[in-house]
Write a protein that binds this ligand. Sequence first.
Ligand code: MLT
Length: 325
Amino acid sequence: MLRLLSRAAFGAFVFAAAAIPAAAQDFPKRNITMVVPFAAGGPTDIVARIVGEHMSKTLGQPVIVENVVGAGGTTGSVRAARAQNDGYAIIMGHMGTHAAAVSLYPNLAYKPDVDFEPIGMAAGTPILIVTRKDIPAKDLKEFVVWAKANNDKVNMAHAGVGSVSFTSCLLLNSILQTKPTQIPFNGTGPALNALVGSQVDYMCDQVVNLVPHVTGGTIKALAVGTAERNPALPDVPTSKEAGLAAFQVTAWNALFAPKGTPKPVVDKLADALDKALDDPAVRKRLLDLGSDIPGKTGRGPQALSTLVKSEIERWAPVLKGTTIN
Ligand code: MLT
């Protein structure tokens, strides 16, 4: 009986293996493009290049970052959603492009929870309120007074409607009841340059973009929107300590493939991401920049699918009424 079973089991295994498209079995055979829907040098780009570099080693093929900017990251996201679903085009999306954008764009040309195969979360990225270094406010309380008193003159940088920076500061401005002039950039890399140059007054950005500038004193950090202080910036108060407990925001960056990418291919990409997040050197780089690395249960396609759905729901009431077209 055991012999019959083992023969049947082997037959089933052979049949199942033969069912996997040949292209998926020997994936990858060439470069993989990782779309970053924001300008080089910003937080999404930073996370993408850190994990992408290690994924190349596991996959045995180069992972090439391609920055496709515009419309708060939705231009690159549309490009990725419509790419060939063979695993050779993936995207580093995030809480903005793959959750908040659904509420900000009624005619969004993709559904984050339908038009993509989730691969896995790469990094959680707490949000900081940061200002130009010469702002006449030494802390968040003084900034709030100044921002309200100068409401018609204050300007705020962001990376476009649909970005994390736009969404996070939308929450801040609604708490403060202020309406600053909004200055869009193709990413918070260029926005940060403007802030360092005192060409804009403030922004809400992901910690991974900010650590060297905060520690170097080229910008001011007023608060971090998490319950605990960030280990990479222990001197920056939480929003609660700074007197604005309602400002609780953390973002996340995650990898997606186009809908219909074969499961064996998605699994290889998810495995390469998992190995990157277990690598000591990758972990050190991400942690030194203040990001949170997902534990094993927070990784992989199923966890990301659940996160995207819950984040779309979470941001909908917060963003209700702020649609732009
Ligand atoms: C954003 O959503 O603000 C982007 O992450 C900024 C960026 O990565 O450039």
